[in-house]
Design a protein around this ligand. Sequence first.
Ligand SMILES: Cc1cc2nc3c(=O)[nH]c(=O)nc-3n(C[C@H](O)[C@H](O)[C@H](O)COP(=O)(O)OP(=O)(O)OC[C@H]3O[C@@H](n4cnc5c(N)ncnc54)[C@H](O)[C@@H]3O)c2cc1C
Length: 417
Amino acid sequence: MGFSGWRVLKEGLTGNRGWGSHWRDATPGDAYDVVIIGGGGHGLATAYYLARNHGITNVAVLEKGYLGGGNVGRNTTIVRANYFLPGNSEFYSHSLKLWEGMEADLNYNVMHSQRGQIALFHSDAQRDAAVRRGNAIINQGDDAELLSRADVKRMLPYLDYDNARFPIYGGMLQRRAGTARHDAVAWGYARGASDRGVDLIQNCEVTGIDIEGGVVKGVQTTRGAIRAKKVAIIVAGRSGQVAAMAGMRLPIESHVLQAFVTEGLKPCIDHVVSFGMGHFYISQSDKGGLVFGGDLDFHASYAARGNLPMMEHVMEAGMTLMPMIGKARVLRSWGGIMDMTPDGSPIIDKTGTEGLYIDCGWCYGGFKAVPGSGWSMAHLVATDNHHEPAARFRLDRFRTGRGLMDEEGTGSQHNLH
Ligand SMILES: Cc1cc2nc3c(=O)[nH]c(=O)nc-3n(C[C@H](O)[C@H](O)[C@H](O)COP(=O)(O)OP(=O)(O)OC[C@H]3O[C@@H](n4cnc5c(N)ncnc54)[C@H](O)[C@@H]3O)c2cc1C
């Protein structure tokens, strides 16, 4: 089933009776070339690029709930490529380029909106850090612009410029950054993979990983055993639990991250805006809701819901930056389980078991990574070689200490990243 303007017009005029399912809801087969554990953004994108780039279609994606029910459908949808450190910067640069061609490639409207992100700074020292980061981004080949206080005031007139404690000195703008419709990204990759022959199997929890003589043989699931030549663990917040099924102990802690949305309002926030003096970032969804979030709840948890202290912190930061937000009513809040690594950077690597691969550690920033991660993970699974932009995402950096990418400069505490 293809999408086009003409198709939308025709269906609109004929009662929308011609639309079919976007993907096949498959039942488990006995054996596959590749089994992917996890039907989130990264698992689905990996399946899609395995088929599209490498012609590997005897693939199953096993999802314990429903496709897109995890973090891929829970995030605040910010897409950007403004990372500072080698390793991250080339990877996210590659990922953003894939975003820019995604809708045409998938023939699917993911509502990718390059509305620009403005990261505010509130002191001379923060401006210096922003300049350094901006130069690194430009050297990588991506865009960054330094905005003065007057520039910011022109673009974001609704902020509080007279706050004596947190004066706004300026901001760094990335015009190519923005947002996308998160569910649609999962659906688009699911549809693209399914069209190419990949089996997408929902309500199928992996409960064990079969390994014989150091070689992966398949998985045990709630819907029976499935044999596989290769198995990829791509389960975000559940990475520690699933890797433990293969006898691995990962350098990952799972923490909750919350987000909030208000009632629908008329358009008032045109960009993605992030506060520099507390954890608060905001954009306005296409339905009009103000979508915003903050930092992790500061304890490890597998509960996909948040706690009041962090909610209070986020509301305070929002009120400090834009007091007008106090008039909006919060419609709902939710949480997702984040796979936090000690350096805040991800892992795409082989494991000590032949045929077993892992893609995890995306922390609170893995939505923007979906296309890049899928592309690089598919490359690794198909060829057994690391894909260049993701070549530094090695698991052994946490054992050797070499190649750590501490993007936030916060040291090795998971919950401070
Ligand atoms: C509130 C919030 C805000 C965020 N904001 C942003 C943002 O603005 N920008 C950004 O870039 N990132 C953001 N993120 C992070 C981003 O959402 C995640 O890093 C990313 O979605 C994780 O990858 P995924 O999509 O594959 O994860 P998921 O969608 O969680 O996929 C993993 C899947 O594995 C499945 N699974 C787990 N265990 C098993 C098992 N045993 N068997 C079978 N299946 C299993 C789960 O059910 C799940 O569907 C945010 C996250 C949250 C929660």
